[in-house]
Design a protein. Structure first.
Length: 555
């Protein structure tokens, strides 16, 4: 076979191989298909059981009727033959043979069968005039020793056996052989066998079974059509409800189900529409409340900037002259300066959150190397980490590819993650890793501190949330850093993920696409450590650091 001939065959085989998969998909997604298929399967099973029972019953009754007829016919033929033999006075072999031939003809005439067999019974006195007997060829092939033994052992009885008779065309017809005996004067006892063909009865049964099969197929087709119509009539409102609910979930709050009639489906539509009306009203109320809240936060944040600026200027003047004040007053001025800085940072974060809520954030992207950006962040927070006893280490085996990002926002993410690691790192080392591939760049921050439970991880990006409310912030955080970091990552088309385990530590991983508006399939860095149980405070000693080349002081 040539290649051009094999190609269409391969395509046909491929299409057939896909049929089970398509049927499985249809089974999972189509209630209508499942209902029709299950109805047909159960109906087919019921029809099959009933059909088999009827077929066996008819076949049994038909065979019994035919058997009764042939037994009666055989009995009549035997009686007629015996009546011919009783008055016989044949005394030589020729007369006996003529008498036997006449008897066979009488049996054929009375029984209506040409399959006649006559044998002289064994264990009798030898006779020179008794003929040996004769048998039709079609009967000789099916006559069994078992039947002959029963006839020989039970004089005057009638016995039968089911056989397969040659139909003359290489096939076989069902039939029976009936055995009895005859008493021939002067010759002794003879066995008489008559074969009956049940081909007509089998043909009748075949026609009935064929009619039953055609009827069953027609009934199944009718059931399929009826089931399809009924299911379609019932499923259509459910399908409409599914489509309507999907549109509602997509934000089309004005969509409704059509209400027709007064039955259960109409009640379903009315209930669904009532639920949709209530949901629409509630969502509208929440949306209006959200707008009011966003406007309130934005307005308050802007209004606070003017008095904050005044307080800031006054505080700076006082802070510059704190050496001239008495001790308690100087301490008060320093506290005022610190809290003013924190208030200013909180106000800036609130303004940033309000921009995200209003959807007015715009990125100023440029090619940025995240390794250098991480090095700058490490350098700026080196002193703070040293105060807390944490060593900052950078591992950048393959992260030197640029990404089109907003460097101000990415730098803010890194600083927030570093600050969080320093806050909760318990004075242990902190590892910053950067890696990249063709699609994305990842940056992770790993600490070996307290860690978090799964429930705490679910809330770690919530606004103003703390894992331990009783624990105060020691480095001046506002409670909005991680929430803003998540928004910054999402606006870049990236992701900010977290892995943590109590007593082992925490990993935050930032992943952004290298191209603006691009996508990525797999982050370059894994989120969970390969062997978190083996990691410990000493594990980062094995990390390759490259901070000196970036101008980062040794930790």
């Amino acid at each position: 076979m040539s290649t051009t001939e094999a190609a269409p065959l391969t395509l046909r085989i491929g299409r057939w191989r896909g049929v089970p998969r398509r049927l499985a998909t249809l089974w999972r997604h189509s209630l209508q298909f499942r209902t029709v298929l299950i109805t047909l399967a159960l109906s087919g099973l019921a029809i099959l059981v009933i059909g088999l029972y009827i077929s066996f019953s008819v076949a049994s009754n038909l065979f019994k009727t035919q058997l009764d007829q042939v037994l009666a016919s055989s009995n009549n033929a035997t009686a007629a033959a015996q009546r011919i033999l009783n008055p016989s006075d044949a005394s030589d072999q020729a007369a006996m043979q003529s008498l036997m031939d006449s008897t066979v003809k009488i049996v054929q005439s009375s029984s209506g069968s040409s399959l006649i067999g006559v044998y002289r019974a064994p264990d009798q006195d030898p006779s020179t005039i008794a003929p040996l007997g004769s048998i039709a060829p079609g009967l000789e092939a099916v006559l069994t020793d078992e039947l002959r033994e029963r006839v020989q052992e039970n004089p005057g009885g009638q016995f039968w056996q089911s056989v397969a008779l040659d139909d003359g065309e290489g096939g076989a017809d069902p039939g029976v052989v009936v055995g009895s005996d005859l008493q021939v004067p002067g010759a002794g006892r003879y066995e008489l066998y008559i074969g009956y063909d049940f081909a007509d009865a089998q043909q009748t049964l075949d026609q009935m079974q064929a009619t039953g099969v055609v009827g069953a197929i027609a009934l199944l087709a009718l059931l399929a059509v009826v089931t399809l119509l009924v299911v379609r009539w019932v499923i259509e409102p459910i399908r409409t409800a599914a489509v309507t609910s999907r549109r509602l979930a997509a934000g089309d709050l004005g969509v409704r189900m059509p209400e027709k009639g007064e039955d259960e489906l109409a009640t379903l539509a009315a209930s669904f529409n009532g639920m949709a009306d209530s949901l629409q009203a509630r969502i509208r109320e929440l949306a209006e409340l959200s707008v009011v809240q966003q406007r309130f936060v934005s307005d308050v944040s802007h209004e606070l900037r003017t008095p904050l600026t005044t307080i800031r200027l006054a505080g700076d003047v006082l802070y510059g002259q704190r050496d001239d004040f008495p001790g308690p007053t100087a301490r008060t001025v320093e506290l005022l300066h610190t809290q003013t800085d924190r208030f200013e940072q909180l106000l800036a974060d609130l303004l940033e959150i309000s921009r995200y809520d209003a959807g007015s954030v715009e990125l100023a992207t440029e090619p940025t190397n995240l390794v250098h950006l991480a090095g700058d962040a490490i350098e700026s927070m080196h002193e703070l980490a040293e105060e807390r006893g944490s060593e900052l280490r950078l591992d950048a085996p393959g992260g030197h590819l640029d990404a089109h990002v907003d460097p101000r926002r990415i730098r803010r993410i890194v600083r927030n993650l570093l600050g969080n690691a320093i806050e909760h790192g318990e004075g242990r080392p902190i590892v910053i890793a950067v890696d990249s591939n063709e699609q994305a760049v990842s940056l992770s921050v790993r600490d070996y501190g307290l860690g978090m439970s799964e429930e705490e991880q679910a809330h770690v990006f919530d606004r103003f949330w703390r894992a331990d409310p009783s624990r105060t912030r020691t480095i001046g955080g506002t409670g909005l850093g991680l929430a803003i970091s998540l928004e910054d990552a999402v606006v870049h088309g990236g992701a900010l993920d977290v892995w943590s385990r109590p007593g082992v530590g925490t990993v935050f991983r930032l992943t952004v696409p290298r191209a603006a508006g691009g996508e990525f399939a797999e982050p370059p860095l894994p989120l969970a450590p390969l062997d978190p149980e083996a990691d410990g405070p000493g594990a980062p000693n094995t990390v390759t650091t490259d901070t000196k080349s970036l101008g980062v002081p040794d930790a």
